[in-house]
Design a protein around this ligand. Structure first.
Ligand SMILES: Cc1cc2nc3c(=O)[nH]c(=O)nc-3n(C[C@H](O)[C@H](O)[C@H](O)COP(=O)(O)OP(=O)(O)OC[C@H]3O[C@@H](n4cnc5c(N)ncnc54)[C@H](O)[C@@H]3O)c2cc1C
Length: 449
């Protein structure tokens, strides 16, 4: 056993873990499963599952004039208080201090959490700039699930370690931030498509559920299924978390885009923005996708992967937390479902057929949901590097510039620990353990092939 340390959190994991790629999935779904979309929370629906065309009742008022519904149509904004909503537009167009000790570029969850961690670590004056409003990118459209344990079946071990440590840090923030960050603890249940459909070697955190136990937790399933129960996972409204963290920041400028950098020797000396130049002591780029700025010697491969989500009207069922692949029950008994991976779909518009397929999946699994209305539907894009791991690194060749990008499907979960790692590094504490796992230079050989 070895200890890994991210920031000041230690945890244990086995040596010899497959840092370089995806680990062998430890969950086996039997049979050929004809699902065309994998979801954030998903095990797939069963083979041969009958399609149940849903009766959709969409709130027409939520469709914008051009029919495009992206992250601004998400439920999260409607759940905020006026104060929280106002915080998302803090410091509109105004750079209060053009010479901050730390400048953070990008006001998604990674940027806000990093600015908060730098401020908390006492690294001097901290300025956050964001081209739109805080949380306007992938963050504002995310599902908001914080579920490290199910990722044992899909993510490499160092990654799951990071996720576990980060969930603990979210718990710490819930205590430390005034009013909390809106963390909701809940259990996760994964349904197997066939009895015996999970592999035998389950990690200790997983409790096996017989079909009878599953029926007890989730009455009314279309058919009998085994399940896996993992306790003490969590979720949050990502925009609320952004607003609560941003409220404690000393300086935020929304509506300000970084456009270029000036590099002298091995240092960024100036960042040009739409509201004037900034001369930071250190700079962190947290722009979702890797930053593409004039003068910045950085080109990293990345793509974006679209996902659709929906929230139903209050449902006539009670789910015990997150039920994969069905849905997560949120406030007012509504169901939050989807998180599709619509590879190759670059359109910013919600595709009705994807929404219909999510609803069809719900109704096929729980017939009581047939005809349930849809209150919110939206889509957004996950930033992803080719190996699906984020970059958490110093910009190669620069002494005072860092970046974090490509957090793909777990950026909300991994934000606080990524932020803690960066703040520690900027403060002179050195890189994270296993830096190669998160390095920007890991793509160089790939590019050279
Ligand atoms: C459908 C879907 C479901 C998801 N579900 C989950 C989930 O359940 N759990 C989870 O952990 N993760 C989830 N994710 C992933 C998560 O949303 C992302 O990994 C995370 O939001 C990335 O955060 P970020 O801050 O890096 O990027 P973003 O949120 O995109 O923020 C980057 C910000 O930088 C700003 N910016 C860019 N360039 C500049 C510039 N030049 N100057 C100033 N500002 C700039 C952008 O405007 C943007 O606001 C989901 C994603 C999707 C799409």
């Amino acid at each position: 056993m070895v200890t890994r340390r991210y920031g000041d959190v230690s945890f244990w994991s086995s040596p010899g873990s497959p840092c370089g790629g995806r680990s062998t999935p430890r969950i086996a779904i039997r049979g050929a499963v004809p699902y065309h979309q994998l979801t954030e929370i998903a095990a797939p629906l069963a083979a041969g599952e009958p399609a149940c065309p849903p009766r959709l009742r969409t709130q027409a008022g939520r469709i914008t004039e051009d029919g495009v519904m992206t992250v601004s149509s998400a439920i999260w904004r409607d759940q905020l208080t006026d104060t929280e909503r106002a915080t998302l537009g803090r410091g509109d167009g105004v750079i209060a201090d053009p010479r901050p000790d730390v400048l953070v570029v990008g006001g998604g969850i990674l940027g806000v959490a990093t600015a908060a961690a730098c401020h908390q670590a006492g690294l001097g004056s901290v300025l956050l700039i964001e081209t739109g409003r805080l949380g306007a990118g992938a963050t504002g459209g995310a599902t908001g699930l914080l579920i490290p344990e199910p990722h044992q079946w899909s993510d490499p071990e160092p990654f799951v370690d990071l996720e576990r440590a980060s969930l603990e840090r979210w718990r710490d923030l819930e205590e430390a931030v005034p009013g909390g960050v809106g963390l909701i603890e809940l259990d996760w249940i994964g349904l197997a498509p066939h009895p015996g459909g999970f592999a035998a070697h389950q990690p200790p955190a997983v409790e096996w559920l017989s079909p009878g136990q599953v029926e007890h937790f989730i009455p009314g399933l279309a058919r009998s299924m085994e399940g896996a129960l993992i306790r003490r996972q969590a979720r949050l409204n990502p925009l609320r978390a952004v607003a609560r963290l941003a409220a404690g920041l000393p300086a935020v400028a929304t509506g300000v885009a970084a456009t270029a950098v000036t590099v002298r020797g091995d240092r960024v000396t100036s960042v040009a923005t739409s509201a004037g130049d900034i001369q930071p002591g250190a700079v962190v780029f947290a722009t979702g996708q890797p930053p593409v700025l004039d003068g910045l010697p950085l080109r990293l491969p990345s793509v974006r992967v679209k996902g659709h989500l929906l929230v139903t009207e209050p449902a006539p069922v009670r789910l015990p937390g997150i039920v994969a692949p069905i849905a997560t029950q949120i406030e007012d008994g509504r169901l939050l479902a989807g998180g599709t991976f619509d590879v190759g779909d670059e359109s910013p518009a919600v595709q009705p057929e994807v929404i219909e397929s999510i609803m069809a999946g719900l109704a096929a699994t729980l017939p009581a949901l047939r005809g349930l209305g849809i209150a919110y539907q939206w889509c957004c894009f996950r930033p992803r590097h080719p190996d699906r791991r984020p970059v958490i690194d110093r910009v190669p060749g620069l002494e005072n510039a860092w970046l974090t990008s490509g957090h793909f499907r777990t950026g909300i979960l991994n934000a606080p620990m990524t932020a803690a790692v960066l703040a520690r590094w900027i403060g002179g504490g050195g890189p994270p353990v296993e830096p190669a796992t998160w390095s920007a230079s890991r793509f160089e050989s790939r590019a050279g092939r």
